[in-house]
Each structure stands twice: as C-alpha cells, then as structure tokens.
Design a binder for this molecule. Sequence first.
Ligand SMILES: Nc1ncnc2c1ncn2[C@@H]1O[C@H](COP(=O)(O)OP(=O)(O)OP(=O)(O)O)[C@@H](O)[C@H]1O
Length: 794
Amino acid sequence: MVQNKQKSAKLPRAGKNTVKEPAAPKEENWQKVKIKGHVISDDFGNYEGLIGLEVLKDYDAALVKSSQKRVRSKYPARNSESDSEDEVGATAKSSKKARLAERHAQKMQKLREKREKRKEQRKQKKTKGKAEEKDAEDSDDSNDEYAADRFALLRPPPSDDEAAEEPDQAESSDEEDEAPDLVPISTVNGEDVSAWNGLGVPSPILRALGEQGFKGPTQIQALTLPAAIHGKKDILGAAETGSGKTLAFGIPMLAGIMELKQRNVSSGIRKAPKVKGQQPAEVADDEHELTPPPEELDHVSGASDEESDMEENAQRKQLPLYGLVLTPTRELAVQVKNHLVTAAKYTGIRVAAIFGGLAVAKQERVLRQCPEIVVATPGRLWELYSQGNHHLKKIEDVSFLVIDETDRMVEKGHFEELRSLLKVLNADEQKKQQRQNFVYSATLTLVHDLPDHMQKRNTGKRPKFVKQTVDQKIESLIEELGISQPKIVDITSTQQTAQTLTESRLLCPLEQKDFHLYYFIQRHPGRTIVFCNSIDCVKRLATLFGLLDCNPLPLHANMIQKQRLKNLERFRDSPTGLLIATDVAARGLDIPNVEHVIHYQVPRTSENYVHRSGRTARANKHGITVMFMEPGEVKSYVKLYKTLERTEDLPLFPISERFMGAVRERVNLARDLDKEELKLKRVQSERGWMKKHAEEMDMIIDGYNDESGSDQDEDPFVIERRRNRLHVETVRAQLNALLAQPIFPRGFSFKYPNSEAANQVSTSHTQSAVETMKAAIEDQKQAKKDRNKRKRNA
Ligand SMILES: Nc1ncnc2c1ncn2[C@@H]1O[C@H](COP(=O)(O)OP(=O)(O)OP(=O)(O)O)[C@@H](O)[C@H]1O
C-alpha cells in the first residue's frame, strides 16, 4: 500500500543492526500497495492509515515523516510558552469544572460538524469514483500471493479539502478527540524539539522531555515509540547500556495511560480478540463524558483542599492501577520511578516505587494514594499483593507491564516471586491479550556457549547439547512472559558494550591489585565505580581505601537500605566519588558522568561485564573500563571474551612503575593500620565480654572490673591494649604524613614503558584515563605494525 516505486525498494527488517536510517520520501502521491510481512490493524491510533505503516515489522519511517509534515500543517506548531500563559489566564477567569464542560461541549460540536462533512464528502465520492475503486480492489484481490491480513491501507491523514476515507474508519472518528494531544510542538523553552514529532509523543510529555534538554529521541526510542504508541505492540528491545531504554518504555506507557484516561477506561489498552457471541470486557464509550485531560487533574494534593480525607480515600480506592514496572534492584526501582515522574510532570499521572528494605507500613501508605504506575521489585510487590493490599490487587488488570533487565529477572533461581506474579497477571486470557508488554535489556540477545560439562558430554557425531540461538532465547522469553506478537528491536552491536566505551585490562598478581587500584584512583581522579564479586571484598576494600583517605562508599546487599540509598546520593554528588559495590549496582543505575569502571575481579558472567561496564560511557559520553586480572582469573576472562565474540584481546592499561614504590608504601601502611585496628577492636570487645560476664556473676577478676585499680599496670590485657593503641597511633601518623604528599606532583609529565610496545608512551598529569588508554592503544597498534614490518624484511 505504498507507491509502486517504494514497493520495489526493500524495507528494512528489525533485527541485529539491521534497522537503517530512513531514506527521504520520494513522492507525496499515496495509493494502495501490497506489503509483505505481518500487519497489525490500528485500534486506537490517531494517524489513521498511518498506523498500519508504523506497526509493520518492516515499516518505512520515511513515509511516516512525509505524513508528519501534513499533520503539522493541519495543526500548526504552537508556542508552548504563550499557550501556558493563556492557560494560566483562563484558570484565573473560570472555575475548573466550567472550563472543562465548555471545552468538552466545543469538542463534541466540532466532532459532529466533522462527521456531517465527511458523510457529505463520502456520498459525493461514492457516486464519482465507484467504478475506479472497484477496479483497483479487484486487481488486488485477484493476486493470491498476498493474504488479506498482509495488507494495510496507508495514506496521509486527511486535510480538510481532501477526499474522504473508508466508512468504518470514518465511523470510528471518536478517536479524533485525542488528536490535540498529538499536536506536534516544535519548541520547548526556545529549544527545537521537532525531532520527536511523528512518533506519537503527546505534547504534555514532550514538554517535560524538552525541559530536560532531550531534543530528540535516541535510536532505540525512535525505533520503538511508533509501534508502541500507535500500534500498541508489545516491545522486546535490546540496546546498549545508557541508550535511553527507560524512556523507550516510559513514554508509551504514559501516553497510553493518558489515552485510557481520556477514553475513561480503567484498563485494556488493546482491544481483546473478538470471541463469537461475547462482548469485549470494556469498550470505549463514544458518547461518554470525557475525563479532564490529566494535566488538569489535581491528583496528589490539590483536590484534598476541597474534599474531606475520607471522601478522597474512597475516590482513590476506585482509581485504577494502569502500569506495573518490575526491576531487579531497589535502587533501580527508585531511579526508574524518578525518570517516570519527571517525564509525567505535565500529565498528572502519579508514580510510586515499592521495594524491600523499607518499612512495609510506609509503603502501604504510599499505595493508599493509588498511584497509576507502580515501579517495584518482585519480592516486596508479591509480599504486599499476597497480604491483600487493595491497590496492588489491581495488578490483575494492569494495561502496561514492563519487565526491565528482563534477562536477569527470568534467570533460574532468581526472583521466584516474578513467576508467581506472572501467574496472576496471565491468569485471565482476555486481560493478558489487552495488556501491552515491554521487555528491555542491554543483554537480552546475548547467548552463552555451553558450559564445560555439557561440551565434554558432546561426543560423537550427534551433539547431545546445542547452544541456544538468539531466536530461541527470544521465543522462550515470549512464552514465559505471555507476550503476543511483539515488535523485536535489537540494536546491540556485536561487541555488546557502548560504542563510546574504551575497554582495557590490567594483569597483576592477586596481592598487587590493591596497589594498582590505589595508583589508578590517584593518577586519574574522577567519579569511579569499583566492582567486586563478593560482599567481603567490598567491605575489605572500603576499609582499606577509607584508611587511605579516598572516602569510599560501599554498596552491597547486606547494608541497610537507607544507607544504600544515602551512599548512592553521596556518590552522585561528588565529582571524584568512589563507589565500591557488588553487582547489586551493575544493572541500570544511571549516575551521570561516571568516568571509570574498575572490575576489581573478573566478572562471573559476560552479562555482568556488559552491565558493570555500562555504568560509564552512557548517553554518548566517553568512559573507560579496566578489568583487573590475576593469573587465576585468565580462564574466566577467556570464557567472557568468547561469549562476547571478541576477536582481539583487551588492550593493557599502562602503569608507570616509577610511582609504584610510593603507592606500595602507602597501601602497605594502610594494611598494617587495618590489622592493628582490628587487633585493638578484638581486645576491646573481648574485655567488654569478660567484664559483662564478671558483673553478671558478681565476681571480681583482676583487671576486668576496674581499670583504676592499683595493680592495673600488671594486667596483661591492659598492657596489650595500651601497646596496640600506641602502635596504631604511630602507624596512623606515618600514613598521614605520607598521604599529605601527592604521589603525582602537579605539572609532571613522563614516559612509561608499554609492555606490548617497544617504544614508550608519554603522558602528563592532566591526561585522563581515557586519553591515556587511547594513546596506549595507538602505540600498541604502531608497535604491532613495526613488528610485522620487521618480520617481513627479515
Ligand atoms: N532522548 C534522549 N535524549 C537525551 N538523553 C536521553 C534521552 N533519553 C534518555 N536520555 C538519558 O540517557 C541516560 C541513559 O538512559 P537510561 O538510563 O534509560 O539508559 P538504559 O538504556 O536504560 O541503560 P541501562 O541498560 O544501563 O539500564 C539517562 O540519563 C537519560 O536521562
């Protein structure tokens, strides 16, 4: 249903790196064209025939763009500032109810006029071009190659003077009421945001995006928004870390909720498949009184001025829960909630986060407000749901389900509660079909080699076990989650990590890892996350680097939740912050300007490597990752390297031995201090224990009961404690004296030998870690070329 010329051009297929930039439209003259591939009918879209195009697996975005221009001319761009001024003025003049009623009456009047006009036009058209139309349809139908469900009628939205459309579509013009939300706005605060137009982003959301400085969609957003907003399709999206996946599901969910509210429907963004003799659960009512646009509802606090608390509670109990977002970690739940709140600023949609570690009573209070979107970790959600929480009971009817970091969430042995939740969510087939699902992760399409024990059993001609393909992985996800007909967008590169990330590794014996870490932090100050494989390792490093005055902020699952969130806040606030964390911080956390990610230990899985590394180099910024490897970790590194389909070893991060002496001295002193402090604590706690028991038994033991006794000096415990304390103070004084001196003097510049290059790499104190590494990579390349040249000449 595109023009003949476009028909012959191959439409891009969604798939690994296959989604291409759209070509410019060639002709404006639209007509029916057959399209190969699956076409989903447009249920609730506002761009009429366009939707057919947008929901196509292989749709051509160029066509959408050409139509978009027409839409703009129909709804000329508004100046958002002057609009908002008008609105303020209007609010001052009339009461809210009167204004809404007036607006509604105007809309209905317009709608009636339009319908009349269309009917008139249709009549005229029918008598004129009946013969022509029939011919065209006959020729289409006679072609057996295309089944009926593979057709879509695509045409630009009608302008006032244009011929009319298909009767059934004209009859369903109640959806035109939603058009004003899609009126494209071109500027927000003087910034051009027109790049968002045509994707279906309602203007209140666009306004909030513009205020955040998001001038246009990221690639994953551009590729998924039309199918999600217009086509109401389930989305399975894989894109690199930091590429804007949160808004790729957040925007369609908010847009969908706005639409449901306008239609005054509490659930079911999609029409349920028709079953003979059965009415769909909820049908949008043509003549239903429109709910006020969300931005005009005083959702959170305003309404309570006029209503009593009880009334308000009773009303809120009726408020639907439209969207549910599940995340694997508590910190991610908080972050996603914050992203959604910012994007929903002008929609009046309320969002809450529910997660473990905080008081249940507090979260129940939050839920009593009946937020329209709940972002949650599966454990706490299931706990509250099982207890019969009134608002969470509504998850059975949610219209939008997001499973963020899906591959992690469905991992065997994790998040058992997710399976229970899915059973509840998918219990009713009709509700399941009506729900729109979003499944996103940076490593959704990463597949693993068979584990060693399986490979060993693969003897003989017919292998017993075969590696799962990407398609199989996706199919099993679709089945497990109960998704129907998703649009799959995979734009991850083969290397899986962000294009702007510089990757490197550092080889050193186990006991030297601390030296190298301290060297790195001192040499390249900047916001750094150090990832460890265990909580014990995090604790040890946090103590050691605390003694070295690096102000480390630990983050692991055994910390109390408030402290976890506080440490993240502090890290966010400090430009040279040092976060030492387990993989609890590996996924999804979006902390701006993280410059370095250090894998203190080789990650256990390639997914962890990709996600840990993805805390830097986000949103097209540059960043570096350094993987510390001791000889015992080489095997894990090789496995990781194979899964990530790397063909070249990660380059080595350059270290200057010249400064390592000073580094070792400090780290060793800090280690001593740590040991001595531990000893002192142990002696003290032992003494406390003895004293307590002595008191309980009403006994007097020399040296334990009273320190001021005359024979105290003879007490071996007191003597030992005094000696320890003295030693601790001496070591601390020594360390403090050293720490007062910079290791790398300001203004220095030096050359360090590169283990792979014959020549030396020069650096200066101002050079960042990324620059240092890039220079080293260039040098290593040059050295390799020189070596090959020498070999050829020899
Ligand atoms: N259209 C946009 N323009 C500019 N910045 C954007 C846009 N969309 C999102 N961002 C910003 O990009 C950053 C990364 O986004 P987000 O956290 O959604 O990435 P992600 O793909 O979910 O990453 P991860 O895989 O690590 O979870 C955020 O700071 C977000 O505010």
